[in-house]
Ligand binder design. Structure first.
Ligand code: DC
Length: 228
């Protein structure tokens, strides 16, 4: 167990985890872990090397040797992701890639193969980690755990705006059914399902702006981290 502080931010698709993670890390001067991006990169690598999304052994071998680099922009507004020296930041964000990531993320051995890689992000002065099982499995001793929720409609709308901004073509109705399906798979899988840790603070972001979420979270940060 490490004594380097971690704040975990878990929740379903489009709930605002990524934005909050970057904002919080910038505020605290800490590192970030976008664990979903690791699953997404593995999905891209599988496609590139023609490994099927249900080939557990093949995916594990790929996971062990995965050459992935994360380069946060200097203002921490986003992170560039490199797979085998190729910039895949844009490819990574499509819903097709998210769905493939969700599929391989349901395999126990694959999750196990990616565990050490995720824990290696716990570096001084601290880490803000975003995902589905950050508070339950990857960093169970984190002093502050957040679980974000929001209505499906609000999440689909946010995802839609996000993808549109990145000029990724998408239809809101199909997006809504895709994210419902992905959440369902992430919540019902046998290993590390998407559920709040028993000691997580639940924040419903449906009616909140990112500034309002940030204000609530900073309040919790002040309470919890001053006790460390
Ligand atoms: O957060 P995201 O949309 O980039 O994640 C893509 C998929 O990866 C998500 O649907 C399920 C999987 N995932 C996971 O199983 N565990 C995590 N900690 C993060 C992501």
């Amino acid at each position: 167990m490490s004594d380097i502080a971690v704040i975990t931010i878990d929740g379903p698709v489009g709930v605002g985890k990524g934005t909050l993670t970057l904002r919080l890390a910038r505020f605290l001067g800490w590192h970030t872990l976008d664990s979903g991006a690791i699953y997404r990169v593995l999905a891209l690598a599988a496609q590139k090397h023609k490994v099927a999304l249900n080939d557990e052994l093949g995916l594990c071998q790929l996971a062990e040797s995965l050459q992935v680099n994360f380069q946060p922009m200097s203002d921490l507004s986003s992170t560039q992701v490199w797979l085998e020296n190729q910039d895949v930041s844009r490819e990574l964000r499509t819903e097709t890639c998210g769905a493939a990531a969700s599929q391989l993320a349901a395999l126990t051995a694959v999750r196990q193969a990616l565990l050490a890689r995720q824990r290696a992000f716990q570096q001084p002065p601290g880490l803000v980690a975003d995902g589905r099982d950050m508070g339950t499995v990857v960093f169970p001793d984190a002093p502050l755990k957040l679980f974000l929720t929001a209505s499906v409609a609000a999440r689909a709308e946010r995802r839609y705006q996000q993808l549109k901004q990145q000029e990724i073509d998408v239809n809101i109705d199909s997006l809504m059914s895709e994210i419902t399906l992905r959440d369902q798979r992430d919540m019902t899988r046998a290993v590390a399902p998407l559920i709040p840790a028993t000691d997580a603070n639940i924040v419903d972001t449906t009616a909140l702006t990112i500034d309002e979420v940030m204000a609530q979270v900073l309040h919790l940060v002040a309470q919890k981290l001053s006790m460390l």
